[in-house]
Structures are given as C-alpha cells and as structure tokens.
Design a binder for this molecule. Sequence first.
Ligand SMILES: [Zn+2]
Length: 214
Amino acid sequence: MSLISSLLFISLSLFIGENGIEIDLPEIEPARSIDFVSLEAPSYIIDGYWSGVELDSYNMPKDSIPERTFIRLDGDFSCPYGKVVYSPYGRRFGRFHNGVDLPLPQGTSVTAAFSGVVRLSTYRSGYGHIIIIRHANGIETAYAHLSKRKVNSGDVVKTGDIIAISGSSGRSTGPHLHFETLYCGHTFNPELIIDFEKGTLVQSPFMLRREVLQ
Ligand SMILES: [Zn+2]
C-alpha cells in the first residue's frame, strides 16, 4: 500500500530590476493540499461483489462511486489487438456502444489484457459468448462475440494468456472482438487507458473520473 501525501508550499519572490527592490510575496500556506490517495484498489472492489452468473456483479449506483479513482496501470499488459478500433465507444446509430470493436478475424486467439481471475464465462443473447475478467487494479475487462471460450469462472489468468477464440456469436454482423473496460459494473471508454494503435497503455496511474462512467 503506497500512500502519497503532499503539501505544496509556494514561495514567490519578484525582483524588480530597475530600482533594485526585491519584493517577497507572502508565503501561501498551503497553496494546495492533495488528499491522501491510495493507489491500490480497495479490497471490497476486488474481493467483494463476486458473481459467476451476473454480467454486472456490483449493481452499484453511479452516485456511490467516488468522484475520482486512481487505477494502477503499471503492471503487465497485453493489448487485445494493437492496430485499430473500427467502431469506437459511445453513441452510435441512436444506441450506446459500451465498448470498442476490434477487427479480429474469425478464429483469432483472444488474450487477457491484464492478469486476473475470470469472473464470468457464459453465453448471452446480445453478447454471444462472453468472458469477463476481474483484475487486481480494480477494473474488469470483457470480451464478447467469441466463437469459443477457453476459461471458466474462477480460473486465474495471466496477462497474454489465451482465454478464447474470436468469432461473431450473439448480435454481431461479422467477426470482431467487442472489448469493454468496466469499473464497479459501469463501462468507460477503453481508449482512455489503451492506445490501440501503439498497443500500449496511456498512463499510470490513470485517474478515472466518475463522469466518464456509463
Ligand atoms: Zn461492440
């Protein structure tokens, strides 16, 4: 557990060159105080609210989620598909697209983005074959429209492990991977944390604002 406590004191001084008078502005004490911030996800987020059946095991109203949460992204990471997002997160044809669509051809290996525990491995009418993995940094990742699932609820997976084979199951117009990132059951845009073109994480820690949660 690492705690960051920081008080920032600003002492400003101005030097007026022409008449040689140095003016010290009063010290501002403290100019800004940064709250204690825990960079570890709270244990109830990781260990609690577990379900091997429900898509959303948290059932947590958005208001009860802190306004900002720091997500560690400094561990191992494997990009689900390091090329392009062909259908982004957000409003689309009057509906809300709660993930990104990645152009994985039929039969491609789908790998775990981070290490974690498989929470859900099931079939749902819209998503088709879907896998949800819970990670130690507090987020969950979801992989949908799979043709074959290779892991079960409770399985421990490592970053890059093959968890499924891509396909077009469920409500899908062609082979692709529908990929979601979630916090406490609410999706947020995966492109906030992943640069799919480079295949890398954007930054760590990532400050997740409640307002970006769906
Ligand atoms: Zn999609």
